[in-house]
Every structure is written in C-alpha cells, then in structure tokens.
Design a protein around this ligand. Structure first.
Ligand SMILES: NC(=O)c1ccc[n+]([C@@H]2O[C@H](COP(=O)([O-])OP(=O)(O)OC[C@H]3O[C@@H](n4cnc5c(N)ncnc54)[C@H](OP(=O)(O)O)[C@@H]3O)[C@@H](O)[C@H]2O)c1
Length: 244
C-alpha cells in the first residue's frame, strides 16, 4: 500500500529515505525535516514510518509515508510518485541474521541479506538516477565498517554485501560526475539501534552506552547531503572510540 500526500515541492528539497522507520534512517529523516526538507519515508512497517513522519513534522519538515520493501518491490513504481527531482537518496535499509558463519548460515537468509543490502541499494539508485540528475542530488549509502575493513563478527553475507557497496559508490562517482550526482559510502561502526537484535549475542546496556547513536550517523549523512554542489564526500568512516 502506498500512502502519499503531495510528493513534490518545487520550492524545496526532497529526499527519499529507505529504512526510515527506525535508527539511522529515522534520525536522518528528522534531521532533514529540521532543515525544512520534504522527506519520503520507506520501510516495510507502516506503523514505524508513521512514527517517523510524526517526528519529522514536529521538527518542521514535511513527510510522506511510502511503505516499500527494498528486497522485493520494484522502485520503478515508486519514483514517478516521488517526483521528477530528488535532492537526496539515503539508503539505510539493512539486514543481518544471527546465524552468520559458514557453520550455521542458511542460504535463504544469505540471499535475503544480499537482496536487501546490495541489490536493494542498486535497484533504488538505478531507478532514482534520472531524478537525482535533475537536482544534482546526493546518494548516501549507509554501509558499515564491515564494508571498509574485515569485520569477522559481522557475518559472511553481511560483510560481502556491504563490501560490494564500495564499488557501487565509486562507479556512481566515476560515471555520474558530469551530471552533478555525488555518492557517499558511509561506513559506521557499532550503533545503538534495533539492528543489534540481529546479533548472535545482543549487547547489554553498558555495551550500548559506548556505541554511536543513530543521531551521530545522521549528522554524517547530513554533512554529505548539504555539502556545496562542487564538493563530494566519497567515503566517511566513523566509529565509537571504544571500537577495536
Ligand atoms: N546498528 C549497527 O551497529 C550498524 C553498524 C553499521 C552499519 N549499520 C547499517 O546501518 C543501517 C541502518 O541500520 P540501523 O542501525 O539504523 O538499524 P535499524 O533501526 O534496525 O534500521 C534498519 C531499517 O531497515 C529497514 N529494513 C530492513 N529490511 C528492509 C527492506 N527489505 N525494505 C525496506 N526497509 C527495510 C527496517 O525497517 P522495516 O523492518 O520496517 O522494513 C529498519 O527501519 C543498516 O543498513 C545497517 O546495516 C548498522
């Protein structure tokens, strides 16, 4: 089901955010809302999107809820609804699984992780490029520190899918520079978010207290998005000081 009010605003900036119902996606949506942006919010849970939309509006922005599964839905059906112009595409939807080693991983889970973390990003970028070109827009790919350096605990499928995002971003920047489109490979370390529930051993409150917050990562995303049009932030790695 697609819930849309007015999705275009010629006078303002427009962002499409996947994974917008919680964590980094939600925090980025609220931060852009506070800057007066119209944010189009996607994720699978309509109730979570409604919660983010309320926060965006309270912050002063405009929000549209657009339930969408990056792993299976066709973004080609979404983009015409968003509009001809897209100033920012923030790809925060992500998936992992507690059983993540060769000894215990399942192939169905492996495929779902790749569908979400890699192909979901690729499909959304592919469908969004015409609208991004119209606005010299910025793509923020929320990858992971596991996409930047070996992180054995992150799992086989997660590490493979996130590592593959580096060349996805690099090729966008190589091939789309002429259109003004810029992309950022955003690689955070541990974040205190719902995502931790997918770990084999869920961190306790003390461990979470020293992690990054979703707001920390959203600040980095907004930095890339609001950089002047001649500035491209190719890659950003941020970790909690405590991270080894
Ligand atoms: N937490 C960490 O320690 C950490 C560290 C490094 C990188 N990251 C990355 O940061 C990103 C954001 O994660 P987070 O920490 O903010 O965790 P989060 O709160 O769990 O956010 C992940 C979001 O992705 C959405 N999502 C999952 N599968 C989806 C799908 N198929 N289609 C659309 N949306 C989907 C979820 O919403 P629905 O379930 O409603 O769809 C959820 O809102 C992820 O890409 C993750 O890999 C996280």
């Amino acid at each position: 089901m697609i819930i849309v009010s007015s999705m275009t605003d010629a006078a303002g900036n427009v962002a499409w955010i996947t994974g917008a119902g919680s964590g980094v996606g939600r925090a980025t949506a609220v931060a852009l809302g506070a800057l007066g942006w119209r944010v189009v919010l996607s994720g699978r849970r309509a109730d979570a999107l409604a919660g983010t939309a309320r926060l965006v509006r309270e912050a002063g922005g405009t929000a549209d809820e657009l339930p969408f599964d990056v792993g299976s839905d066709d973004p080609g059906t979404v983009i015409p609804t968003i509009g001809d112009r897209l100033d920012a595409l923030v790809l925060a939807a992500g998936l992992n699984h507690p059983q993540r080693a060769w000894a215990d991983q399942g192939m169905a889970d492996f495929e779902a992780i790749v569908q979400t973390n890699l192909l979901g990003v690729v499909r959304a970028v592919d469908a969004s490029l015409p609208a991004l070109r119209s606005a010299s827009g910025v793509v923020v790919v929320v990858s992971s520190i596991a996409g930047w350096r070996p992180s054995p605990g992150a799992g086989v499928a997660y590490s493979a899918s996130k590592t593959a995002l580096a060349p996805v971003v690099r090729t966008i920047n190589e091939q789309e520079a002429g259109s003004g489109v810029r992309a950022t490979h955003l690689c955070p370390g541990d974040i205190d978010s719902d995502f931790l529930q997918q770990r084999p051993s869920v961190p306790d409150a003390a461990a979470r207290a020293v992690m990054l917050s979703p707001n920390d990562v959203a600040d980095a995303a907004v930095y890339a998005i609001t950089a002047p049009p001649h500035v491209r932030i190719d890659e950003l790695v941020l970790s909690p000081v405590s991270q080894r």
